[in-house]
Design a protein around this ligand. Structure first.
Ligand code: GLV
Ligand code: MN
Ligand code: MN
Length: 416
């Protein structure tokens, strides 16, 4: 077995993996070196076509499901055996980087191809997946494809979600699928033997500790809220301040109160207002409406619940002179990964002589939904300065390949 594990790792082709990152980054390339490839956009459709073309060339079959997850499959020896699955997402933030998401898909494909080129037969099929809309910036919330797959949210609800232009997920998905080759349809939530996702860390720990591989033990919980503040539009030159219902002034004061209430002396809590939209957004009109987002995270479910209740209460208490509406749009409890998978990843990194450490994930990932269905885990590799969700995101080719080698061994071990 150990000889075959070595073969799987040795067949990982660092140059091919790097070149695929470069090619993928052309779809949605930004002038600043980053990527804007939001879910179900024409750029996302092009990235999906590229993945299908690489998979098809390598002799693997592709398929999709009702939420537009994209699967690449290498058959196993045993008919009907549940597959071992690996992957991540191809969509990006509006001002995203070249590695968040894409790496997990390309590392999965590289591992699959390495196992195939080393001619290692497995009992179980191995599959690679590109989950639909992980980022959630165009269609909120994120991790939509894996949520639908795991039954965390009903398909019909997700298909009905609209972006800010009013386009529904269902229509954007139909356009995306129509822009690619015809694919076999399969059901949501088919049985899985295990799920392992590779990702850049998106934080500073691995780089600071000088480790090549992060063995992910858990994902902290996240809650998202959509807040709307409703006032009245009026003339900026003529309307006295005291008679205004200025939605922006109310929103700014609400955000200030929220920030004070979310203060955490241990600096563990994460509180972000990342979107803030003013309408009509004109210099000489009193703002009529402000819409803003809240992203709240904590590893402890009780603290997270308590803070989330405080957020909702503060928003509801804020009434005069504007009305405030608050809607919770995402509730992701913290997730603990399977100890068997954690140990398998740890052992694989050690066998390859790669410095490694256990750590929790601050970002959420599709793996959190999969952990409800089957034993699941994640492999992290470092990224420069821990920077992610930024065009400055960067990772080293040798680290990308190291993570793919670990993944190749782990997938083979789980499927053999
Ligand atoms: C994933 O993109 C996250 O926001 O954690
Ligand atoms: Mn990601
Ligand atoms: Mn992301």
């Amino acid at each position: 077995v150990s000889a075959r594990l070595r073969q799987a790792a040795a067949a990982v082709d660092e140059a091919r993996l790097w070149n695929r990152h470069v090619e993928m980054a052309r779809h949605g390339a930004r002038d600043d070196g980053g990527v804007n490839r939001q879910a179900l956009s024409p750029e996302d459709a092009a990235a999906r076509r590229l993945l299908v073309s690489w998979a098809t060339e390598a002799g693997f079959a592709c398929a999709t499901d009702p939420i537009g997850n994209l699967f690449v499959r290498r058959e196993g020896r045993e008919l009907g055996a549940a597959p071992v699955l690996s992957g991540s997402h191809l969509d990006s933030q509006p001002a995203g980087g070249r590695f968040d998401g894409v790496y997990g898909v390309l590392a999965g494909l590289e591992a699959l191809q390495a196992i195939d080129e080393a001619e290692l037969a497995t009992r179980r099929p191995i599959e690679v997946v590109a989950w639909c809309n992980e980022e959630g910036s165009r269609f909120a919330p994120g991790a939509m494809g894996s949520a639908a797959f795991a039954g965390a949210q009903p398909l019909s609800t997700l298909l009905d979600i609209r972006d800010r232009e009013g386009t529904r997920v269902e229509d954007a998905l139909a356009a995306t699928l129509a822009a690619g080759p015809p694919l076999r349809q399969r059901p949501l939530g088919f049985p899985l033997a295990a799920y392992v996702e590779a990702h850049i860390e998106q934080g500073p720990v691995l780089e600071a500790e000088g480790r090549t591989v992060g063995v992910v033990t858990a994902i902290q919980g996240a809650r998202w809220f959509a807040v709307e503040v409703h006032g009245s539009a009026a003339h900026a030159g003529t309307t006295p301040l005291r008679s205004r219902r200025d939605a922006l002034r109310s929103a700014v004061s609400l955000v200030t109160r929220l920030e004070e209430a979310m203060d955490d002396p241990t600096d563990t809590l994460r509180f972000t207002v990342g979107r803030f939209e003013v309408s009509p957004n004109s210099p000489n009109t009193v703002p009529e409406r402000v819409a803003f987002s809240i992203d709240l995270r904590h590893p402890d479910p009780r603290v997270l619940d308590e803070r989330a209740r405080a957020v909702a209460a503060l928003c509801r208490a804020s009434r005069q002179p504007c009305e405030v509406e608050v809607r919770e749009v995402l509730d992701l409890p913290p997730v603990q990964f399977d100890e068997t998978i954690v140990e398998l990843i740890e052992r694989s990194a050690a066998t390859l002589g790669l410095p490694n450490m256990r750590l929790p994930s601050g970002a959420f990932h599709d793996a959190m939904h999969l952990a409800r269905l089957c034993p699941a885990g994640m492999v992290f590799i470092p990224c420069a300065g821990g920077v992610s969700h930024s065009p400055r995101e960067s990772a080293r080719s040798s680290d990308l390949a190291a993570g793919a080698r670990v993944l190749g061994q782990v997938l083979f071990e789980l499927a053999r």
